[in-house]
Design a binder for this molecule. Structure first.
Ligand code: 8YV
Length: 318
């Protein structure tokens, strides 16, 4: 019998069908989240461990890497990795992998679900029916907004932004985007200035990466440019939108609607967003389908296996 390789698992994958069990089956897993005093636990068990598994939620700081002198690979579950200190990893020659592509379609689908829910007041209508108000009160919920044929602005035309854009064509929309740089492989219009994109668009979908470089990219000026009938959708990372500015724009009538899967301080959702009819709010479920979560765990495990067998990962983060 071969002995299992030891790995560190930063947090429990409660949202994945079988990741915890599959890791435990193949590896000698040190479950870091079960230890209150992480520093002491790592000092005792960290030596000799060369691989660690994590996610954007659990992260991997430079401090954690420092506590693991033999670390060589960080395999993350999920596409976003802004909470992993990649610069610190690079400086030490530690490989970092994520799980791109496998979640693209489901996240793009959810962006459209959110957009349609906001424009057509699906959440509000459902609350109305569930509260037994249909037929009880005069009238119905307020009229919604047509989705098909509108102008769609996308913030961040990466894999997920691209999948959102393709779906937009099926809704007969004109699509434009704002990106770090213009892409020469797509026909969508490019707006170098995000405020100009927001002014032009009926709907703005945020699909960019998270982290310090995009924090509050969508602020007051952008939201007001989108305007009183505009809808902003965020399936990326909460901090990309300045949440205080968002609440202010919605409550003052300067922005129409927000449809959000992610928030600045998850799992906290501002009361104004939870209670009003101008926001559709979801608990960060962009990738939360059985098929996609299986794909994510398959790819994380493939990266881990590849590291142990070949010293390289299948999908390096950068
Ligand atoms: C995960 C995500 O739910 O992949 C991502 O970047 O946001 C989601 O798929 C998240 O990573 C959980 O930490």
């Amino acid at each position: 019998m071969t002995t299992k390789q030891r790995i560190i698992q930063v947090g429990s994958y409660a949202g994945s069908p079988s990741a915890n069990a599959r890791l435990a089956e193949s590896y000698d897993v040190f479950e870091l989240w079960k230890h209150e005093d992480r520093k002491a636990a790592l000092a005792e068990h960290g030596k000799g461990v060369t691989a660690l598994v994590t996610s954007a939620t659990f992260g991997c700081s430079a401090e954690l890497m420092d506590a693991l002198p033999d670390l060589k690979a960080i395999c993350s579950w999920g596409v976003g990795y802004e909470t992993i200190d990649v610069a610190a990893a690079k400086a030490r020659g530690i490989l970092v992998s994520n799980t791109p592509d496998v979640l693209t379609d489901c996240v793009a689908d959810l962006a459209w679900g959110l957009l349609i829910a906001a424009a057509r007041r699906i959440g509000q209508g459902e609350r109305f029916v569930r509260a037994g108000q249909w037929g009880q009160v005069h009238g119905n919920i307020p009229l919604g907004m047509r989705v098909s044929g509108k102008k769609l602005g996308i913030v961040g035309l990466g894999r997920i932004g691209d999948a959102i854009a393709r779906r937009g064509l099926g809704f007969d929309m004109e699509v434009r985007y704002h990106n770090r740089r213009q892409r020469d492989d797509v026909d969508y219009g490019y707006e170098a200035n995000l405020v100009d994109l927001a002014r032009w668009a009926d709907f703005l979908i945020v699909a960019t990466v998270g982290g310090p470089q995009t924090r509050h990219l969508v602020g007051r000026e952008v939201l007001e440019a989108l305007g009183p009938k505009g809808i902003v959708v965020n399936i990326a990372r909460g901090p990309v939108i300045d949440e205080t500015a968002l609440v202010e724009a919605l409550t003052s009538g300067k922005l129409g609607f927000a449809a959000l899967d992610v928030f600045e301080h998850e799992p906290k959702v501002p009361e104004a967003l939870r209670t009003g009819d101008q926001a559709v709010v979801l608990p960060h479920i962009g990738s939360a389908t059985y098929e996609t979560r299986m794909g994510m765990e398959d790819l994380m495990l493939a990266n881990l296996k590849s590291y142990f067998e070949t010293g390289t990962v299948v999908t390096p983060a950068e």
